[in-house]
Design a protein around this ligand. Structure first.
Ligand code: 5GP
Ligand code: ZN
Length: 119
């Protein structure tokens, strides 16, 4: 996809530290971390959001969840983590390439849904 930031990161056209990568997915630190550990996991192929997935995307979606613990632990959040997938306007999605946030400690992440629009 032209002009998609995360497609450009996947293609290596915008720099990012690749903390996990396989043939279908890529993980890299969020540019504005909200917690000490804040990693984004994306499919390399452009998928707009969770509202745009097809049955053929199920293995990639499963892998994104399946590698989350390893990524969180590697990055210093051994005691757990939270995954968030903002979807569409109501979900507060800002980058229209499907991505999963992994946020973690060392301290507890805190109550759910703390971030407010405009914060
Ligand atoms: P959303 O609100 O769409 O779920 O989250 C998008 C996330 O992407 C934000 O947390 C934002 O900081 C992050 N982000 C936006 N542009 C870039 C970028 O160019 N590089 C990286 N690493 N993260 C980005
Ligand atoms: Zn994209």
């Amino acid at each position: 996809m032209d002009n998609c930031i995360f497609c450009k990161i996947a293609a290596g056209e915008i720099p990012a530290v690749r903390v996990y990568e396989d043939e279908d997915i890529l993980a890299f630190p969020d540019i504005q971390p909200q917690r000490p550990v804040h990693i984004l996991v994306i499919p390399k192929r452009h998928i707009v959001s969770l509202a745009h997935v097809a049955a053929t995307d199920e293995p990639i979606l499963g892998r994104m969840l399946a590698v989350a613990h390893r990524i969180a632990a590697d990055q210093g959040s051994q005691g757990g983590f939270r995954v968030i997938v903002n979807t569409g306007e109501i979900g507060g999605q800002e980058v229209m390439h499907l991505h999963m946030h992994i946020v973690g400690g060392p301290d507890p992440v805190g109550p759910m849904l703390k971030r407010r629009i405009g914060e």
